[in-house]
Design a protein around this ligand. Structure first.
Ligand code: RAT
Ligand code: ZN
Length: 441
């Protein structure tokens, strides 16, 4: 390892870019899967239409961020939502390509992402028709393509999101005990209905052989719900548990809403005790208001300002638990950083969803470094389509590089003797070890 002394801005910037490029990322939150979960392969005769691994040009272009954007330029009065959803994936992709990439300039972050992805794959991003790209993707073997994408994006490990209340997902785990065995991927037990809609979660757990009551959270219900979580942690070999929560989620719950109170009991008496017993962190993604425009499907969700004090209360009352937290609203970010200064069991992570834009990533990372040093996880990809790893990490690395280079230049001006070792150590923490060490802590 070299230990060159870095003094001037250009050599600092070069060392930072080099360290970021070389450091393999452990991506702590994606919606990606190995091929064992099935994958639609459009023109290769190996189609599993409900397969969970999404990849290729038609999936890239129909990403829900781009569905939202195309409805700004071709509104529902021109193309009714049901007509769009009845189209084949290819037709939807052709529609989006034409309106967002050909007839308009693709300057939004989600559009630019598709172009970066094509460029990284060695394809010309100027084609007028997607037919020019389809043969390239048709030639790929999904498993080899995962290797290629991971190599090109320098992602060393992919963390899945495995929602146990989703029938498609659940069925695949039950049908094949080896479904999650691919060493490139690690599982996360995602449990939203347990905390957001306990009565329906209880009915389902009941049907699956766990004697929980939908009406009353009794001692027996608590024991059975814990058994449910333990069984699924074991089946998935989950490395943490996760939930997404609405902006109005509060801890402790306010008012007399019975579902919110039952959700709180599940959190306090089931989720957190099981996480503590297994040494697993609990990840909370807070601030998504689901389906404000249900016709848009996944593209119809909204952001809302959440309550950081609720996170503070949890960190304080459950010191044996470890919390990964990301929040969707820009307005929550400063308070969340300050909360993390108070609690070592709170790990701030990522620039989630509507925050995953260069201007906001830059603002967030600057503030986090100033308040937390290197003790946070700057980014996750949230990729839903495999190939997105290519752009999400490229764009994030670029912004993180800019911020780190500035911070090191400030440091060098104090007389601190900055070396490439420092830079490499910090980058390793940010892209890999802060996450892995928090899991082990
Ligand atoms: O960013 C997204 O793609 C969202 O639709 C959600 O999946 C979000 O990241 C989540 O995990 O709930
Ligand atoms: Zn996600």
């Amino acid at each position: 390892m070299t230990t060159a002394h870095l003094t001037d801005a250009p050599s600092i910037a070069a060392a930072v870019c080099d360290a970021l490029d070389r450091q393999g990322v452990v991506d702590m939150h994606t919606h990606l899967y190995p091929p064992s979960f099935g994958t639609p392969v459009p023109n290769a005769g190996r189609t599993d239409p409900a397969g969970l691994l999404l990849w290729g040009i038609d999936e890239l272009v129909t990403y829900h961020y781009l569905v939202a954007e195309v409805y700004r330029v071709v509104p529902a009065t021109v193309l009714p939502y049901d007509q769009f959803w009845e189209m084949t994936k290819r037709q939807q992709a052709d529609h989006i390509w034409r309106h967002l990439f050909v007839e308009r300039t693709p300057v939004s972050e989600a559009c630019r992402g598709v172009l970066t992805t094509l460029q990284k794959l060695g394809l010309d991003p100027n084609e007028k028709s997607l037919d020019a790209y389809r043969p390239f993707f048709d030639r790929q073997d999904p498993s080899k393509y995962i290797d290629k994408v991971m190599e090109l994006s320098n992602v060393a490990s992919i963390t899945m999101t495995n929602p146990v209340f989703d029938d498609n997902e659940r069925g695949r785990w039950l049908a094949d005990p080896q479904v999650g065995a691919d060493p490139r991927f690690r599982a996360v037990l995602r449990i939203d209905p347990l905390l957001r809609d306990y009565p329906s979660a209880a009915r389902r757990m009941n049907a699956w052989g766990y004697a929980v009551s939908a009406d009353e959270v009794s001692a027996n219900t608590i024991e059975e719900a814990r058994r449910f979580l333990r069984d699924w942690i074991d089946k998935q070999k989950a490395i943490y548990l996760a939930v997404s929560l609405p902006p109005d989620w509060r801890y402790p719950a306010e008012g007399s809403d019975a579902t919110a109170r039952a959700g709180q009991r599940m959190l306090e008496d089931v989720v957190l005790p099981v996480c503590a017993e297994r040494g697993l962190p609990f990840a909370m993604m807070i601030g998504s208001r689901l389906r404000v425009n249900p016709d848009l499907g996944d593209a119809g969700d909204m952001v809302g300002r959440a309550d950081v004090l609720s996170v503070v209360h949890l960190c304080q009352r459950f010191p044996r638990n470890k919390f990964f937290v990301t929040m969707l609203a820009r307005e929550n970010q400063h308070e969340l950083c300050v909360a993390a200064r108070k609690f070592g069991n709170l790990m701030v992570f990522g620039c989630w969803w509507f925050l995953n834009n260069p201007s906001l990533i830059e603002e967030l990372e600057r503030m986090r470094i100033e308040l937390l040093g290197t003790s946070f996880i700057p980014q996750h990809s949230d990729a839903r389509v495999l190939d997105q790893l290519l752009y999400k990490w490229d764009h994030s690395r670029e912004v993180i590089a800019k911020v780190l280079a500035d911070k090191y230049a400030d440091l060098a001006r104090t007389g601190f003797r900055l070396t490439t070792d420092h830079v490499q150590r910090d980058v390793r923490l940010m892209l890999r070890d802060n996450f892995l060490e928090f899991l082990r802590r």
